[in-house]
Each structure stands twice: as C-alpha cells, then as structure tokens.
Design a binder for this molecule. Structure first.
Ligand code: HGY
Ligand code: MN
Ligand code: MN
Length: 429
C-alpha cells in the first residue's frame, strides 16, 4: 500500500504540542524553547489540567487512578472488550523539551479526535493515557506511575517516596495538585495491547536517515544513590595525609564510571547526573557528598557486572580515603523485549506507509516497558534533531511528527478491529 491520504490533522496536533509546551516553558540562552514540568509540581498540574480539558472536549470516558495516571477512552462498538491503549507521559525533567512524552500523549489524542471527525468507531475501544512521574527525576524510580498501574510497585509504598531535591512526599504532592484519583491501583482494566509513540532521544535515526524506529525493547536501567560521609575540615590547615575527603571519593567514582564504559564498550552507558556537596564552600573540605550513578545496558549480565564493579570501586576508595559510602537503589529494571507480533505490526504499517524503518533498542526508559508486563506492547520512534533530548533544544521535524502519528493511527485502528464508519460499514481504504 503506498502512502495514503493523511488520517490525522497535523496542524491541530502541532498546535496542541505548542500549547502544552508553553506550560512550564523555559527559554534557553540561544532562544531554545524547552519545558520544566517536574512530576507533581504546579506546572505538572497545569499541563495535566490542559490535557484533561482536551480529553473532556472529546467526551472521552475519563478515569484517574490513585497514583494520578489518567486514562481517556473512546468507546468502541464492543465496549466490554479490553481496549487498545496508547499514551506516554507529560511530566518532564527540569531542562526538558516539548516532545519527550508529550508527543505520545497528544498524538494518541489526535488519533481519537481524527476517528471521531471521520465518524469511525472501531470494534475495540481506544484509550489514550498519561502516566505519573515517568521521568523519575523528582521522585525515583522512573516510570513510577505505569509501574504502579501494572502492579510492579505497591501504591502505599509509592505514596511514601520522598523527593531528592526538595524533600516533598509523593502522596502529599499528589493530593496537593488534585490528582489522587478515585480508581484504585491496580484497578483500571489492562489493555488488549499497548503502543507508544516517542521521540528517539538519540542520534541514530537522523544519522542513518531512517524515518521510523521500530523499537524491539528497552535496555536495563540501574540507578544508585551514593552517600559518602567524610570529615569536614579547614582547606588550608589540614595536611593531605589527615584528610577524609568525600569529594575526592566522588571524583574517583565519577572517573571510574567513564572508565567502566570504555572497559565494557558497546551499549554500556554510565552517567553521574547529580552531585550534592555539603557544605559546598571554597575553603571547607566537604563533610558529605550525595551522588547518583545511572548505568544501562541491553544485556542483564553485563549490567550486573557493571554494578559489581561499582560496588568494588566504592569499597576501595572508602578504605583508601577513610570515608563511609552507603548505597541506595533508586531504580532497577531488567532489559525488556517487546512482543514480536506488535513489533512486526509497527514495522509492517510503517513500510506500508512508505517509510524507511530501522529496528532498534530504546536507550531511554518508557512506560511501554511497564505495560509490556501485562499486554503485548511496542513503540514507534521518530527522529530527534541532533539526537538531543533532556535538553531545551529538543526538537523533531513536523514531517516526522506526522509520520509517527500516521503510523500510530494505523497500528491502533488495525489492533482495535475493522474501523467502521458511523453507518457500520468498513472504512474505505
Ligand atoms: O530515564 C529515562 O530513561 C526516562 O527518561 N525516564
Ligand atoms: Mn519520555
Ligand atoms: Mn525523558
């Protein structure tokens, strides 16, 4: 099948992306327009309110669960059947972009809006969802809302999570922004299948000239918070032999993380994203450091080896410098492989629509990896300009947004059963 007439309204989708992107907008030094809508902040609430208003305008069947996940359903001809679901997240990191997560949610809404415009009602219902705190940047772990939804983390345990930077309690923030929903977790019916449209957030599709990424799975993720306790002392009077400097230990560990990626090579990535020094003063040897180490790999055995090597270097530098190092796991997810049938469907649809496709793993975590625990799931990637994400300059060409949304439309409607027009006859090709 060659490229067929557009099903979705691209202008409408782009305009919603713009409007949502203006909430929590951050303008960069070179005029980049990014977003700061950390989970459960006022900006997140504003973004949620806007998307929920759009869902209500389409008269969708709305459910909000106890962890704040929002599900909006366009009822099919057979509403008792499990729905086909799409969605993503609308929380962002502090230096986020306008597309990470937002594209998947608003493209899903656009698919439903286009079905309504064409008076097409598929057999199965179609649900678009956004999940709470996918980023995990304020409340770890990441993909928190979808993890609770599928039963991978207890609701009560999740509500007690404390934010690293401001000490807020997750449950209090959820109440404060008015999104502690009435539906228990687990509670909302699991879907028949799930497909998520997302920007790649890396350079591969753009570098290699592919329009659609057919995502086969998600690499393993290991987040560890290290607290290094040393001895505060005078920077000028304390001989080096008497120091117990946690900042030195943090520097050794940070360098080790980079060396580890060289040692493992291939898919191994390692990041020290946060280093908080106390008291963080020019003439004071630090008393403590709290830092995070993010390790990821597509192979669980290699990720386990990386974690063991991290533990080892911590023990060595603690002994050498006379500091204490405590470990706290913030997130740990094994690699996920998506359902081969769903992956094949994404690939077939994208090719049918005339796109060059590339199968690939996801370097980033996504809600789809949690939905994969309860139903056949897959993802559609579109290129990120300069491979940038978690950066105010995050951007994707409108033509790629259109391509991704059209593939999403086709995958959802094929999975939801023969789309019928209002008069009940199969939609014309
Ligand atoms: O960290 C991640 O991979 C995702 O952005 N939460
Ligand atoms: Mn994302
Ligand atoms: Mn992200």
């Amino acid at each position: 099948m060659s490229a067929r007439p557009a099903r979705i309204n691209l202008e409408r989708l782009l305009s919603r992306l713009e409007m949502l992107g203006e909430i929590g907008q951050v303008i960069g030094p070179n005029g980049e327009r990014g977003c700061a809508r950390l989970a459960l902040t006022d900006a997140d609430r504003e973004g949620r309110d806007l998307v929920v208003a759009w869902m209500r305008e389409l008269d969708l069947d709305l459910h909000i669960d106890a962890i704040g996940n929002v599900f909006a359903t366009y009822l099919g001809l057979e509403p008792d059947l499990a729905p086909v679901m799409t969605g993503s997240h609308i929380d962002t990191v502090r230096t986020g972009g306008r597309f990470d997560g937002n594209l998947g949610v608003l493209a899903g809404l656009e698919v439903i809006h286009s079905l309504q415009d064409a008076q097409i009602r598929p057999q199965r219902s179609v649900t678009v969802a956004f999940f709470t705190d996918e980023e995990g940047a304020r409340f770890a772990p990441d993909m928190l809302g979808s993890l609770v939804y599928v039963g991978g983390l207890g609701l009560e345990e999740a509500l007690e999570i404390i934010a690293a930077d401001d000490g807020a309690r997750l449950g209090d923030e959820l109440q404060r922004i008015g999104y502690a929903g009435p539906v228990p977790c687990p509670g909302v019916q699991f879907p028949e299948s799930f497909v998520e449209l997302h920007i790649e957030q890396g350079p591969i599709l753009e570098d290699e000239g592919f329009g659609i990424g057919v995502v086969e799975g998600v690499q393993g993720i290991s987040w560890t918070e290290l607290t290094i306790s040393g001895q505060s002392a005078h920077a000028g009077t304390t001989p080096m032999r008497l120091r117990h400097d946690p900042v030195y230990a943090a520097a050794v560990i940070t360098t080790f993380v980079r060396d580890l990626t060289r040692h493992h090579g291939g898919d191994q990535v390692g990041t020290v994203g946060r280093i908080d020094i106390h008291p963080n003063l020019v003439n004071v040897i630090g008393s403590s450091v709290t830092m995070t180490v993010d390790l990821r790999h597509t192979d669980e055995r290699v990720l386990l080896d990386a974690e063991q090597r991290l533990e080892q270097i911590c023990a060595e530098v603690a002994a050498e410098e006379g500091v204490e190092i405590s470990h706290r796991s913030l997130a740990r997810f094994e690699p996920v492989v998506f359902d081969s049938e769903m992956v094949r469907l994404v690939e077939e649809v994208a090719k049918d629509l005339g796109h060059r496709t590339r199968r690939m793993p996801s370097g980033a975590g996504h809600d789809a990896q949690m939905l994969a625990r309860v139903c056949p799931s897959a993802m559609i990637f579109v290129p990120s300009i300069n491979g940038l994400s978690h950066n105010l300059a995050e951007d994707t060409h409108p033509s790629d947004i259109a391509a991704g949304a059209e593939v999403l439309y086709e995958v959802l409607t094929r999975r939801a059963g023969t789309p019928l027009t209002a008069s009940g006859v199969p939609e014309q090709e």
